[in-house]
Write a protein that binds this ligand. Structure first.
Ligand code: IPD
Ligand code: CA
Ligand code: CA
Length: 283
């Protein structure tokens, strides 16, 4: 991990550094959240609307409350940027040197509310603009994706890597549409049209965090989406980078979690995806 590690204790023959304590706590929270989400999925979700197509269930709120309380107890000085606490106002921004957790209790709430089994718990950590670690747990498949900067990426403890597909015409690409899609339908369709014409196929699975993990594990070859939020992307983009993939905006510039554009790929396809996105912009 790129920040200085303070030793915080000694376990059975093992030194516990601040760095691995952060990862340990993140993994414990993700596993417990997964149990709670699985339990909740057995009963009917009570749904409220944040907007016409933007839902929240009592599970989103309960999981965010649980994870926030746990993080506050462990790391009282850290900023916590959770989706549900952020509301419709501006999203809190950490200072350059501040550690901040990015928490999406249920990424894929629409799927969860409809019992469509594609949703995840996502928890990432950054120091200022530097992304440090990510944990994404898929309660349905009982898969936990973990990565820390410089340490590689795993799924259930096994190393994962991006695909080797080098030609967009042989690629399976993921995407998603933001909550203002009804107002800007033609704009978003411009990019979709280009990718439909040039790839093996497009998947809109409904959980950006899992889409990112699919790229990291070679199940997808690339992914793009407009207007994701930092709680959707911080964890998953660390996992993609550590699995050997590439992360940027739509022109290939540095990825900005508070920005509007997320482009990830296996690296080999990155330039082709940038060109395809370029053709999707309106004339
Ligand atoms: C959404 C999912 C979806 C993506 C949306 C996100 P939520 O998150 O990640 O795949 O297309 O842009 O907002 O609201 O289910 O946490
Ligand atoms: Ca989300
Ligand atoms: Ca969510």
């Amino acid at each position: 991990m790129s920040h200085s590690d303070g030793r915080v204790g000694r376990g059975a023959g093992r030194v516990t550094t601040m760095s691995n304590r952060l990862l340990e706590v993140a993994c414990e929270i993700a596993e417990e959240a997964g149990e709670r989400i699985r339990e909740a999925s057995r009963s009917q979700a009570r749904i409220e609307h944040k907007g016409a197509v933007d839902l929240v269930t009592e599970t989103d709120l309960a999981i965010e409350a649980f994870a926030t309380q746990r993080l506050r107890g462990e790391f009282p000085d850290h900023l916590i940027v959770g989706e549900e606490a952020s509301g419709s106002g501006g999203i809190a921004r950490p200072g350059d040197d501040q550690l901040a957790w990015y928490l999406d209790p249920v990424d894929g709430t629409t799927n969860f509310a409809h019992s469509y089994p594609q949703y995840a718990f996502s928890l990432g950590l950054a120091r200022g603009r530097v992304r440090l670690l990510g944990v994404v747990h898929d309660p349905t498949r009982r898969e936990t994706f973990v990565a820390e900067t410089g340490g590689g990426a795993t799924c259930n403890g096994e190393p994962i890597a991006v695909s080797e597909v080098g030609d967009l015409s042989r690629a399976l690409i993921g995407t998603g549409f933001p909550y203002d899609r009804r107002e800007h339908l033609d704009f978003y369709f411009g990019f979709l049209r280009e990718f439909i014409m040039e790839t093996h196929g497009i998947r809109r699975a409904g959980s950006a965090a899992l889409d990112l993990c699919c790229v990291a594990s070679g199940r997808l070859d690339g992914f793009w989406e407009w207007k994701l939020k930092p709680w959707d992307t911080v964890a998953g983009t660390v996992i993609v980078s550590e699995a050997g993939g590439q992360v940027s905006d739509f022109r290939g510039a540095a990825f900005e979690p508070y920005g509007e554009q997320t482009l990830v790929s296996n690296g080999r396809l990155h330039q082709q995806m940038i060109e395809t996105l370029g053709r999707g912009f309106p004339d």
